[in-house]
Design a protein around this ligand. Structure first.
Ligand code: ADE
Length: 251
């Protein structure tokens, strides 16, 4: 059976998953708890990676080297960057880029030094499964999971699934000017977060298959931190647990 590593940056993003896990054995390595067990009949290791690229990279290396995971999935929240990406939508990252990486003039802006690339592609098979799982979650479970009051509070209408570029950096983006600058520099970016591209780089270097799924909690603008906190408390865990339940059933 495949062993799946599941990472998130914040506890709320994996709370429901940890509640449903069975036969759990926890190992503490480098200030993180790795929970190995069974989730919907699938062998999984679930870990709270913490926030930012270094935290994500360190955790991904441990999942690959200490736990021999066959696939790695990062689940969490993101700020919408593209104009058509709304709060409550789901984004599957088929390519990942570090928007704050700039070793110019030694290397072109955004290029990872000595890897000769700025974008790293996620595993296409796993990403396609996550896309279908997200679609099934939104069609079948979302209406029961997210109450009408919550939908109204976050102005969620009919959420959609997007597939494409996710950008990552060690910044919580919460200014209109900042998100506009990202949009101008990277016109095809769908959303911004703080870990995905670091996981992508580590997985590329180790030859490990990975996918990134993000729920849009805010629009990375002046009200982003307020929107993010509310969404994290009320909605995040439902999406992560719902989408991962759907995908684990297919692996
Ligand atoms: N994760 C969720 N919202 C975000 C934002 N606005 N910037 C960076 N990471 C995020």
């Amino acid at each position: 059976m495949l062993r799946i590593g599941i990472m998130a940056a914040l506890y709320e993003e994996i709370a429901d998953l940890l509640d449903t896990m069975e036969n759990v054995v926890t190992r503490r390595i480098g200030m993180r708890d790795y929970h190995a067990g069974t989730l919907h009949g699938q062998d999984c290791v679930v870990v709270l990676a913490r926030i930012g690229k270094v935290a994500a990279a360190a955790t991904a290396v441990t999942l690959i080297r200490e736990f021999s995971v066959d696939r790695l999935v990062f689940t969490g929240l993101a700020g919408g960057v593209a104009s058509h990406v709304n709060v409550g939508d789901v984004v599957i990252g088929t390519a990942l880029l570090q928007h704050d990486l700039d070793a110019s003039p030694l290397f072109p802006r955004h290029e990872i030094p000595l890897l000769s690339r700025s974008r790293i592609l996620a595993d296409s098979g796993l990403s396609a499964k996550l896309e279908r799982a997200a679609q099934r979650y939104l069609q079948q479970d979302w209406a029961q999971d997210i109450s009408p009051a919550t939908r109204e509070a976050f102005r969620l209408s009919v959420p959609r699934v997007h597939v494409g570029l996710i950008i990552s950096g060690d910044q919580f983006v919460n200014r209109v000017a900042s998100v506009r600058a990202l949009r101008e520099a990277l016109p095809d970016a769908l959303c911004v977060e703080m870990e995905g591209a670091a996981v992508a780089q580590v997985c590329h270097e180790y030859g490990a298959r990975f996918a990134i799924v993000r729920t849009v909690s805010d629009r990375a603008d002046d009200s982003a931190s307020h929107d993010f906190s509310g969404f994290l408390a009320a909605v995040a865990s439902h999406y992560s647990a719902g989408i991962l339940r759907q995908v684990l059933d297919t692996l």
